[in-house]
Design a protein around this ligand. Structure first.
Ligand code: ADP
Length: 511
């Protein structure tokens, strides 16, 4: 222990990065060593001059050692004491005048060389110390920042060895993550993705180190040892140096359990509320329809009031139906009844119906015939949503263009308006649940942000695509595409269906 301490005290490498330079130690050690040399020269050797060359060698070693251990000043102390010792030697030996002059000259030249050596090595040592100190300060600052973050953080080196974690990680995981643990080899927690246990090599940090690609917002459930399950959102990425070489990896773990629970509660509420509202609204609508049909009201004012109630009840019923659809989508209970129908004919019907309700001019152009296998009502719902949105979001315009294009195996329906448009950053989000554009202009339009979310789910269920192209203040074009039923396919499908029903003799006839 003591020997270890002593060796560490003497080892100049162990002093790298430490700026507490000693002056006492170089001075006292140099004096003791020269005193020993002098004693050896006087007592042991018959001619003290024999030791000259060794003194020069020892001096150089001492100066290098102290410059490297204690910086410029350590080196200068050793150099100065060496020069003093050289003058001591010159003064205590009986040299001739010419020998004395040569000795002084040599001492001065060597002294200059020693100071230069001490200056260069000491300066290098102090520069290295400053660099190490800066690095250490930077590291401390990073550690402080990481500790203060409200999300869990894991930092590994390039081999996946955990080098830094923070307090919040412990809070999220319910236990401490061992430093030095190598990710990807074994698991330090029971993490599951979509209810399936994650193999250690599938954990986010292991994945990013393997694939060298960042991972964004992966939702993982952690089954904690205290039997509390937490939902976390994980972002992970590698850290590269200036040459692009991976030097570390970092993972940010955000606890979203509370948010998830709130979402579930909100979904339950929407589900319950829409079911509770459905029955009274259906009855209300029925009564209003009966009232409007069978009462013989001739007063136009009263008639108008009944018509208003009728249209508002219809709107209310539409909203409740949308709410029900959203909650069915959440629970996976939205069912589809697929049938073959001509989508061009469906659009024609919708355009005619909606034209009667709006002052906008609805133009159905580029009509092509296209047969699809889909849920007619649900596709109707998507087209109506596109057109009613186009009407709603282009109040100062007149024209709305509906197109139907067939290319290869897909049919694409588009609805173009010349209204307020949607900015680029909002274009993806408007298909999210309950998302509405929040800029001051769009805010003035009523709505709940359910239509496009439902439309997207419907189109995805039909193996189609849905998207928007838009320029703010110039207008938007909303598209969806679906696979079409080709005549040949249709014939085979029909034949296949028939094979089930027809007798073998007729089968031969068909083929
Ligand atoms: P809602 O219209 O009821 O708010 P939607 O889901 O149909 O809900 O639309 C979501 C959002 O997308 C709307 O709030 C609106 O901001 C934007 N949007 C939809 N259609 C258009 C359109 N044709 N022009 C401009 N913005 C639109």
């Amino acid at each position: 222990m003591i020997v270890g301490r002593l060796l560490e005290y003497l080892n100049p490498i162990a002093h790298l990065g430490k700026k507490n330079y000693s002056y006492f130690f170089p001075a006292i050690t140099t004096i003791i060593i020269y005193a020993c040399i002098e004693a050896i020269a006087q007592i042991v050797l018959s001619d003290p001059n024999d030791i000259g060359i060794y003194v020069i060698f020892v001096s150089i070693v001492l100066i290098i050692y102290f410059s490297f251990r204690d910086g410029v000043r350590g080196g200068l102390i050793a150099s100065s004491l060496t020069i003093v010792y050289y003058f001591f030697i010159l003064s205590t030996h009986l040299y001739t005048t010419s020998e004395m002059i040569a000795g002084i000259e040599a001492t001065l030249i060597l002294g200059f060389f020693y100071y230069l050596l001490a200056g260069i090595i000491g300066w290098l040592k102090q520069t290295i110390d400053t660099l190490i100190e800066n690095e250490a300060n930077e590291r401390k600052r990073l550690q402080k920042i990481v500790q203060q973050l409200p999300v869990g953080v894991i930092i590994t080196d390039k081999n996946g060895r955990i080098v830094l974690t923070n307090k919040q990680l412990e809070v999220v995981l319910g236990e401490k993550v061992p430093l030095g643990f190598v990710v990807g080899k074994e698991s330090f927690m029971d993490a599951r993705y979509k209810d399936k246990p994650l193999h250690p090599s599938q954990t986010p940090l292991a994945q990013v180190l393997q694939t060298k690609k960042s991972m964004i917002k992966k939702e993982i459930t952690i089954y904690r040892k205290d039997k509390k399950n937490v939902h976390v959102l994980v972002n992970a990425s590698t850290i590269k140096n200036n040459n692009g070489t991976i030097i570390a990896a970092v993972s940010i773990i955000d606890d979203i359990t509370h948010k998830k629970e709130l979402e579930i509660r909100k979904d339950d509420f929407v589900n319950m509320a829409s079911h509770e509202l459905k029955t009274p609204i259906t009855s209300l609508r029925l009564y209003v329809d009966v009232l409007s049909k069978y009462s013989r009201i001739t007063d136009t004012r009263k008639k108008n009031i009944i018509e208003s109630i009728q249209s508002q009840t219809e709107r209310l019923q539409g909203l409740v139906n949308d709410l029900l659809d959203v909650s069915r989508l959440q629970t996976g209970k939205l069912h589809y009844k697929k049938e073959e129908f001509r989508i061009d004919q469906l659009i024609e019907e919708i355009v005619a119906d909606l034209q009667a309700t709006t002052e906008h001019e609805l133009l159905f152009v580029s009509k092509k015939k296209a047969l699809v296998l889909a849920d007619r009502f649900r596709i109707y719902q998507v087209i109506v949503n596109f057109i009613t949105n186009a009407i709603k979001y282009s109040p100062e315009q007149e024209k709305i263009i509906v197109r139907l294009m067939v290319s290869g195996d897909t049919v694409t329906v588009s609805v173009q308006d010349f209204g307020i448009g949607v900015s680029k950053d909002q274009q993806k989000k408007i298909f999210d649940r309950l998302y509405q554009v929040t800029d001051s202009h769009a805010r003035t339009f009523p709505g709940l942000g359910m239509g496009l979310y439902i439309s997207k789910a419907i189109i995805k269920k039909h193996n189609g695509s849905i998207w928007v192209e838009s320029i703010p203040e110039k207008g938007s074009t909303f598209y969806f595409s679906l696979p079409i039923v080709r005549k040949k396919e249709r014939a085979t499908a029909t034949a296949k269906r028939r094979t089930i029903r027809v007798v073998p003799s007729r089968l031969y006839e068909k083929n």
